[in-house]
Design a protein around this ligand. Structure first.
Ligand code: AR6
Length: 167
């Protein structure tokens, strides 16, 4: 049985095995949670991302996929980078958002991680409505291959949406 926790807070402060980053396909950083992770984690994370781009991920990380790096100076052991879909009014991209969660958990389990913290992927710059994102995320982690999944929500509004989607 996986324990699912919701907390209001900053994902860069979480003492878990894996912190999931809502990255973009370049893997070379951005704003929002991506910016915070690189800022707090230090240059080791970017160096590891550059190596990935120089190797298997020369074309970038496709939407819905996930890949691990060091967590640098973060209290976590690894960062798993995933790329959420940009919200679309005309196309249903829900499966890609579910895939972000499923693939991040698979990569975490392959590393031997027991605890994973997720941000509210795609709900910032990528404009996914938070009530919908919360439903998709919570459904995707239901049978997670790890002991603990913690959603770290950065605003009360996002926290409340996840709480509503859980009940
Ligand atoms: N801890 C937890 N959640 C956070 C933090 C934090 N420190 N900072 C922001 N959030 P976003 P996206 C929340 O925009 O929509 C980047 O530039 C934020 O309030 O970070 O998937 C990437 O490089 C929101 O609820 O990610 C991509 O280009 C959630 O994290 C693009 O943004 C996600 O917001 C990805 O957009």
């Amino acid at each position: 049985m996986t324990t699912i926790e919701l907390v209001l807070g900053d994902i860069t402060e979480q003492h878990v095995d894996v912190v999931v980053n809502a990255a973009n396909s370049s893997l070379l950083g951005g704003s929002g949670v991506d910016g915070a992770i690189h800022r707090r984690g230090g240059p080791e994370i970017l160096a590891a991302c550059r190596e990935l781009r120089a190797g298997h991920y020369g074309g970038g990380l496709p939407t819905g996929q996930a890949v691990a790096t060091t967590a640098g100076r973060l209290p976590a052991r690894w960062v798993v980078h995933t790329v959420g879909p940009v919200w679309s009014d005309t196309e249903d991209r829900s499966q890609l958002l579910a895939d972000c969660h499923l693939n991040s958990l698979r990569v975490a389990a392959e590393l031997g991680a027991a605890s994973v913290a997720f941000p509210a992927i795609s709900t910032g710059i990528y404009r996914w409505p938070v009530a919908s994102a919360a439903r998709i995320a919570l459904a995707a982690v239901r049978d997670a291959p790890v002991e603990l999944v913690r959603f770290v929500l950065f605003s009360q509004e996002t926290y409340d949406a996840y709480e509503r989607a859980r009940s």
